[in-house]
Design a protein around this ligand. Structure first.
Ligand code: ZN
Length: 508
């Protein structure tokens, strides 16, 4: 009863990362493990509030029971937020595992102490952590994501203690573990100014988190949101901005409705190619939170001066900063060069349904979206060794529905038996996409404050393990002639595009 209406999507995301996934066990763990957030007057600071709110936005999507304890007014507001995300959620009085914010001893049998100071997120398994009073939301949001990762491991991994983050300071500025506090004198400015308009391509799970951070940051400037799609029920599992009532709304509409601290948000409900065709190629700063390699390559080919890029794949996430095109560092297209035979969708679906001999029929069904007929379902049922009745609900629906819900979603083949997911059907965990989005937004502010790394740098984080060390690494281009950044025509065009700006900038 208390599980979210989109619970199946959360189960699917978990099935893709937990070894030996068993849905009955997963569901039982969820139903038996209330998750808590406890805070003291630290909630009155901007950083304490950001931490508790962002954590609630993630936890309420997966866990059917939550305990929220602390000063009455903010606790009530967070409980309302949790109910808006999952109207069936049960607000309980205590919890088995949870996060403490502020100077609270040990409110739950398993407690993770979370804190934040400016750019740094803090986590400990034993001691209360400091909570800062700045307007910087990045350390708080990072601490919320990493707390959520620790809770997930505590609830679902038998060896969670080996993977618990203790004495962790993670800097959203360096995008790495840090030994001492991050000090950035430039961030002491009361407002962070984006001089050029910025384009966020993709307002999905990563884009939602990036937008939350940018809206809560003291940032000024204009951010264009580009995404053609509307929100589906299954998206709610990991879209941190969305509540249950947002199903059916446009993704850019949801994003642009956010209250900001000075940033102007402009929605464009268009695919990237159409956005570029209508609004030109003069964009100098682009943030990418996309699903497809093809769109990432197109964005790079439009030759922005600077790109921030984030991605998730089964079990991990990554963020890369590309401050210069055509130098020794990899461009975005370098990261997505097809290195092996990429299967077409018809081939993937035909293999998943065990009917490779019907690949040509499947290509037509995919292209036309023709309703499935009984005879086709009989052939698939026979090939999969499943009763034809189990496929009956897909009669009259599309081949894509059959593939996505029946195979990937566990309606025909139980989750966990379908084998490892290929990248195209990967469903990330909510804290995984959220952390990618927060770090993506941080790369933009860092760039605006003049803190770009000298060349392309990427950080990768495995959310099933404790945070490692030396995560931010330079990424060099291969220079084997296969990428657009090897091509003199693109390099000259990039140089010409920004030469004028460079010569005029000293006069500004
Ligand atoms: Zn390249």
């Amino acid at each position: 009863m208390a599980l979210a209406a989109y619970y199946g999507r959360g189960a699917l995301a978990a099935a893709q990362v937990l070894d030996g996934f068993d849905e009955g066990h997963f569901r039982a763990r969820l139903e038996q493990t209330p998750v808590g957030i406890a805070f003291d007057e630290a909630i009155a600071t901007p950083e304490g509030h950001a931490l508790a709110e962002f954590l609630t936005r993630m936890a309420a999507r997966l866990y059917p029971q939550m305990a929220i304890s602390g000063p009455t007014t903010p606790a009530g507001e967070l409980a309302s937020l949790a109910r808006a995300i999952n109207p069936a959620i049960e607000i309980t009085s205590d919890a088995t595992v949870g996060v403490a914010i502020g100077k609270i001893a040990k409110p739950f049998p398993t407690t993770f102490h979370a804190g934040a100071t400016g750019w740094d997120g803090l986590l400990s398994t034993t001691r209360p952590q400091p909570v800062g009073d700045s307007q910087n939301p990045f350390g708080a949001a990072v601490a919320a994501c990493l707390s959520a990762a620790n809770i997930f491991r505590r609830v679902f991994l038998p060896d969670w203690q080996e993977h618990a983050d203790n004495k962790l300071r993670f800097s959203a500025w360096t995008q790495d573990r840090a030994d001492r506090p991050t000090r950035v004198t430039r961030t002491a400015r009361s407002q962070w100014r984006l001089d050029d308009d910025v384009v966020l391509v993709g307002v999905g799970a990563i884009g939602n988190a990036a937008l939350w951070a940018l809206a809560n940051a003291p940032a000024e400037g204009t951010l264009h949101l580009v995404d053609p799609q509307d929100i589906e029920l299954s998206n709610l599992q990991r879209y941190v901005l969305a509540t249950r009532d947002d199903e059916g709304r446009s993704k850019v509409g949801l994003g642009a409705a956010l209250e900001t601290r000075g940033l102007t948000l402009v929605p464009h409900q268009l695919p990237l190619a159409e956005f570029l065709a209508h609004h030109g190629y003069a964009w100098s700063h682009i943030l990418l939170g996309l699903d497809t390699a093809q769109d990432r390559r197109s964005a790079q080919a439009s030759l922005p001066r600077w790109i921030g890029n984030a991605w998730t794949q089964p079990g991990d996430l990554g963020v890369s900063t590309h401050p210069h095109f055509g130098g020794p560092g990899a461009c975005v297209a370098c990261l997505y060069l097809p290195s092996h035979h990429v299967k077409n969708e018809d081939e993937i679906v035909a293999q998943a349904l065990s009917v490779p001999h019907l690949q040509m029929d499947i290509r037509t069904l995919l292209y036309n979206g023709t309703p499935l007929e009984h005879t086709f379902l009989e052939a698939v049922a026979a090939a999969l060794g499943r009763p034809v009745d189990s496929l009956a609900p897909f009669e009259g629906r599309t081949i894509r529905d059959l593939y996505v819900e029946g195979i990937c979603g566990g309606a025909i083949i139980p989750l966990g038996e379908a084998g490892h997911p290929s990248q195209d059907i990967h469903v990330p965990l909510s804290h995984q996409s959220a952390l990618a989005g927060i770090l993506l937004a941080a790369t933009l502010i860092r760039s605006a404050l003049g803190g770009d790394p000298p060349g392309t740098t990427a950080t990768r984080i495995d959310v099933l393990h404790a945070v490692g060390t030396h995560l931010a690494q330079p990424v060099q281009a291969q220079r084997d002639g296969r990428c657009i950044c090897d091509d003199p025509v693109y390099k000259d065009q990039y140089a010409a595009k920004y030469a004028e700006n460079e010569s005029t900038s000293p006069q500004q």
